[in-house]
Design a protein around this ligand. Structure first.
Ligand SMILES: Cc1cc2nc3c(=O)[nH]c(=O)nc-3n(C[C@H](O)[C@H](O)[C@H](O)COP(=O)(O)OP(=O)(O)OC[C@H]3O[C@@H](n4cnc5c(N)ncnc54)[C@H](O)[C@@H]3O)c2cc1C
Length: 457
């Protein structure tokens, strides 16, 4: 990356969203000397982590007139990774001396929200946020960006910014499984986005589609009150069939749903189910974005995007934080934001449009050569550290710490091998120790690491 030729300049930047991504983007932009306005339609910071007992009026979120609820958090949700590796680099997510807080290594969703509120307070970010203000249109105008927003009372405003950083999240627009015959199937359906509590499934036979983080959690949550829970997963082979402990069964994916209420799995088994719960992920969705056809979302690939952040011909005025799916979410938001802030100030320059497009085409060719479906374009999985370290190098940020990388690897292995107990029984004390020693060395914690290591369970 070539050093900037021009003097560092301050820009007027709009950030859409005050979730984890928007909060750290605002901090990094502000630190770099930009003036920042953050828009969020919620009343408070935290995004996805603001639990709402209310779900959307349409349980599968297809009705375009439904009431929108942003959060997908369910009452029993605890983090799916250890807290040490979840936090921002210079603001570790460690237990607080406060009885109202959750000190566990895999804390509840409330503790994550409290951490984000602490972060916003520490870096005075709330002052930059316009709450209850929805961005309804973003478009390029004469080299700048026009942003139209609507206040909850209905008042609408058009403003001009030098740049827009999109941090609107991508866990609010459900993706439903395609099930042959579902039109005539008489049962109820729900997407995990609208799942909150198991009570409505009492004594029911439930089919849960999907068995990654949410699917594994929700099927076990429901099994506490339901008669039977059958998990259908396309990750299983077509003959897969296994009785799990309790009232749970594991199957292949669904072959067909029938008008008599039955669900037929590819393994040939048949169950008469009351409800199907789709734990089948989400779609990228940017209803406010107007780029005259330059950008699109096709089969869940947002394109064209250089390094999942910059649309080449619209960069650096438009950028996206948080698109890739990977374990180190908050860390990724932080490093991506540092790069965007540095590019906007002119301290770091991007390659030419042609070179960015060439790089992008090469990345698509690599996916094709590896037979990775288009819908997984933004799923980085094992290459997450390579990606994060590459961005870090662009803006002079250190590489991912050894313990952080390994906690994710070992954490996901545990999630696969011991889905019921991975949050309370672990085998990587040495990584936790390395993390706390690292925090202590940098004076990021005020207590001796041994205190937490003794009482973290
Ligand atoms: C069920 C579930 C569990 C998860 N568990 C973990 C975990 O344990 N650990 C982990 O690291 N990650 C987890 N994740 C991933 C999680 O998404 C990220 O950690 C992170 O919180 C996402 O932050 P974000 O800022 O990108 O999006 P969000 O938190 O969704 O924030 C986006 C914000 O943008 C606002 N917004 C959207 N559109 C507009 C608009 N047009 N105008 C104004 N405001 C707008 C929304 O109101 C929201 O506040 C989980 C995700 C899900 C769905």
């Amino acid at each position: 990356m070539a050093p900037a030729q021009n003097p560092v300049s301050s820009k007027h930047v709009a950030v859409i969203g005050a979730g984890a991504a928007g909060l750290v983007a605002a901090r990094e932009l502000h630190r770099e000397g930009h003036s920042v306005v953050v828009f969020d339609r919620e009343k408070q910071v935290g995004g996805l982590w603001i639990y709402s007992p209310k779900a959307e009026s349409d349980p599968i979120s297809l009705d375009p007139t439904r009431s929108i609820v942003h959060s997908s958090v369910y009452e029993s949700l605890r983090t799916n990774l250890p807290r040490e590796c979840m936090g921002f680099r210079d603001f570790p997510f460690v237990p607080r001396d406060d009885v109202s807080r959750d000190p566990r290594r895999y804390p509840s969703h409330r503790e994550v929200l409290a951490y984000l509120e602490d972060f916003a307070k520490e870096f005075e970010i709330e002052e930059m946020v316009r709450f209850e203000t929805e961005v309804v249109r973003v478009e390029p105008v004469n080299g700048k960006w026009s942003v139209r927003s609507t206040k909850s009372g209905g008042f609408s405003d058009d403003e001009i910014f030098d740049a827009v950083v999109v941090c609107s999240g991508h866990y609010a627009e459900p993706n439903l499984a395609h099930i042959p015959g579902i039109e005539s199937w008489p049962g109820k359906q729900m997407h995990s986005h609208n799942y909150r509590l198991p009570n409505p499934f009492k004594d029911e036979v439930v089919v849960v589609i999907g068995n990654f983080a949410s699917g594994a959690d929700i099927s076990r949550d429901i099994s506490k009150v339901a008669k039977e829970v059958h998990i259908a997963s396309r990750a299983n082979g077509s003959d897969a069939y296994e009785k799990l402990p309790g009232n749970l069964w594991m199957h292949s994916q669904i072959d067909v749903a029938r008008g008599d209420g039955s669900i037929v799995f590819e393994n040939g088994k048949v169950v008469y189910a009351d409800t199907i719960v789709h734990c089948t992920g989400y779609k990228y969705y940017f209803p406010f974005l107007e780029t005259n056809g330059y950008m699109s979302v096709d089969d869940n690939r947002v394109e064209p995007l250089y390094k999942h952040i910059f649309p080449p011909a619209l960069a650096p005025g438009l950028s996206f934080i948080g698109l890739p799916a990977m374990g180190l979410q908050f860390y990724m938001f932080e490093v991506q934001s540092k790069w965007v802030a540095a590019v906007l100030s002119g301290r770091v320059t991007l390659p030419s449009i042609e070179n960015m497009i060439e790089d992008l085409m090469l990345s698509y060719e690599t996916l094709d050569a590896l037979n990775i479906p288009k819908r997984y374009t933004h799923k980085l999985g094992k290459s997450q550290c390579e990606y994060l370290n590459w961005i870090a190098e662009q803006c002079g940020f250190p590489h991912v710490e050894h313990w952080r990388d390994q906690e994710v690897v070992r954490g996901y292995m545990r999630l696969g091998s011991q889905p019921e107990t991975f949050r309370d029984e672990w085998d990587d004390d040495e990584l936790m120790e390395e993390a706390y020693e690292d925090f202590a060395r940098q004076n990021l914690i005020t207590f001796h690491p041994s205190r937490f290591l003794e009482s973290g369970r």
